[in-house]
Design a protein around this ligand. Sequence first.
Ligand code: 5CU
Length: 365
Amino acid sequence: MASAKSPVVDIHTHVYPPSYIKLLKSRSSIPYIRSFPPSPALRLVILPAEDTESTSRGRPVGPEYYDINKKIEFMDTHSIDISVISLANPWLDWVPAAEAAKAAGRINSEVNEECGKFPGRLFAFGTLPLSGGKDIIVTEIARLKELKYMRGIILGTTGLGKGLDDPELLPIFQALQDAELPIFLHPHYGLPGSVWGERASDYGHVLPLALGFPLETSIGVTRMILSGVFEKVPDLQMILAHSGGTLPFLAGRIESCIEHDAHLKAEGKLGKRRKTVWDILKKNIYLDAVIYGEIGLKAAIQASGEDRVMFGTDHPFFPPLDEEGGKWLSVETNYEAIKSALGSGSEEAKGALGGNAIRVLNLRV
Ligand code: 5CU
């Protein structure tokens, strides 16, 4: 365990609670879990790009995906004091409308109860019943606010099916702002398979995960910015996965394209009330530090501020390929990036490792 003076908090760490695993095992289209004979081993297939006949069809799925004791073991191995767990992608996006309210209620309560087994060590981001419609979603937001360990919600980029610039999402963003529940924005769908070319399956999961995920997040947030969400719901708070995808790096270019767009000018969208991408990065956006490198992390810190960056691991994804047990390279790489970017033991590094998350998410029982 890290010292009580500078706790380490992992804000990007997933679970599939047992009832969600049961649902996945009952399905045969993504997302699903099954074995591929002759191997009896179960595989989790979730990404649109990975449902192909190849060795990259899904990934092995063991108790680290659903057993909360394994999460605690992982935390202890990596000196993590507190984790803010979230349902992993693709959440409840695929659940039929009539089942959404019940599924979200059951899964959010189950995750909240798992947190209660380790008071002070586990908090959570809840999941919204997106297919259920506005009233059901807003009702679940109000319920989440009352659950002891919930500190926000995790959201993908499709929203109600039309993306995050959909005006029908505004009442939901408003409800989240009013409840002071931040959105942890996380990718899942990537980019259309055609961009990866004919040999995509030769490259395992690299293209969709390394590029598809971050670009999806960048596009989702940029569409929110362009549609004026952050002027209409001015105190909406978002935590962007993977250090904002490419947003910190591209913010200047996005801002310049906005300023030079004749259509936006003609529509009266370039007035004084407009919040720039830089304003939004500093006022509405927090970034996780799941970027695996000093240069990317420095861009995130410069874009949003060192007090807005938060350590994460992406557990149980990216385990070491060979050895079992011990420390994970993916986690150590994120620790190293924070040390290199902010200085080992500095106040800023302590903030990124845990202090910022404790302050922003009120991680006290
Ligand atoms: O390895 C992967 O596919 C993933 C995923 O699906 N979701 C995630 O959060 N990280 C890695």
